[in-house]
Design a protein around this ligand. Sequence first.
Ligand code: ASP
Length: 595
Amino acid sequence: MTIAYNRRTHRCGQLRLSNVGESVILAGWVQKYRDHGGMVFIDLRDYTGVTQIRFNPETDPKAHTIARSLRTEDVIAVAGEVAPRGENVNPKLPTGEIEVLGHQCDLLSKADTTPFEVADHIEANEDLRLKYRYVDLRRPVMQKVFRTRHRIGKAIRDYFDENGFVEIETPFLTKSTPEGARDYLVPSRVKRGTFYALPQSPQIFKQLFMIAGFDRYAQIVRCFRDEDLRADRQPEFTQLDMEMSFVQMEDVMTVVEGCVQRIFKAALDIDVPVPFPRISEGEAMERFGIDRPDTRFGLELQDVTDIARRCDFRVFSEALAAGGVVKCIVARGGELTRKITDGLTEEIKGIGGAGLPVTKVIQGAGGPEFSTGIAKFIQPVFAELCAKVGTQVGDTIFFMPGRFAHVCKYLHYVRTRLAQIMELIPPNRWNLLWVVDFPLFVWDEEANRWFSTHHPFTAPKDEDLQYLESDPGRVRSKAYDLVLNGTEMAGGSIRIHRRDVQARVFRVLGISDEEAHLRFEFLMDALRFGAPPHGGIAFGFDRWTMLLTGQESLRDVVAFPKTQRAVCPLTGAPAPVGQDQLDELQLLIKANADG
Ligand code: ASP
């Protein structure tokens, strides 16, 4: 008789001393195999853990013969009896006080040698891991990640359900949705020469839900953006997308804070305090050089433009003459060697900067003074500068002259690197922060036009509406971004619910009335038929999972991710298709399309 593996009595991580004497059925994968001169020991693994099975040739010769033939990753079922391990207790295993005396063993599936070991720490390169993802996912660390991912998703769904939200699906085969990336296109077979676009987000649909009177909507949904894949992007990714009617910014932010509390509880059993601090985008740029500041450490940017004006230092005066600023970061008492500061200067050059003037406050013969090459230029303002930025002997000052945007970019970089080098980031700190008061538009020098900072449906602040045409750069939006330890975790806004305002915003964006009609007619139409004030937000669900499970790459929290070249090593997608399929779609592939 074969073992009724469909009647497993336990999972492999469950048995304890209290189960001693019980007859059990377990099934799973062979983690380890040891033949101890007669006795065969198998570590049997499933998603809950590992149990040691002992096969005795004297008492169970048949089972023992099968056990002797087993190798790692074979799939087996075992029937046996739980026994104490006596003095061979393994304190590292939750099941380490017991073992199962295997009376029967069925080989359910023989495994070839796997391309890499099923263990938490492996050396295998990522392409190999992704090609054999099902083996990779067997690793306990991955099992844990995906179970946490599930729990986060469940916590989110429960929370929104309790708060009156409905989950409704939105289409994947749709029309372009403007989130600023390239669309993935799907050719239509039926309507020759036309294409669906996969949604970059359900933005317009969720707004239509509000116009449809659903009041509150939340969906965990896949979005598609064809971007050049930076280390932390995936072409398809999952968002928690939500929208609410008859709300102001405060209302959405409060609901989100409650949701974030639930997420932390589910993933880490941590209570995060609410409300989260808020900072304006302007202040964030001034103090941190970035609109998603990491507030776990200091090293804030300080403006020394006024003092720099009084220095006879060409690097400063050129920047100031061009309308720039001079800002600095003070690294307090860090033992920053010349090698480190030179290294940082090189890194800044590597990302396009001209350099990084550095000085150190040292104890000179006549009292504290600046050291390094630039000291002579700034020594005359020593007292003022030290008083303004609050330096002491031992501190290092990093200056950055130039256009505000550049100064922000480079000093943000310096700040982040210094925090790593000086080990200033405390472990297990979760700094949540709202960034608000974004400008509605950003000017793009190259394209010579305004772009939406978020997306074109974001509402301007009521008091700034008057500047929409006359001074678009002055208009602030009703947008809010949620930042966690320097990473943008969610972004949303109150939306435009008036057709005339939406048309004005499109015009500022250079979208003519005709183009708006072509691209967004359905939305503009909907705004005619009674649109309630509404707003919402979207969370990067993968990114939340990544941070809360301590993973370093989004690829580690997506079951079947794409590589940085947007390829799936497992399935081989994207792949060529047959001529018959192309013919059916009436598509011609250009020869040498790649040049
Ligand atoms: N649709 C936006 C996004 O995907 C989020 C939002 O405004 O709700 O980023």
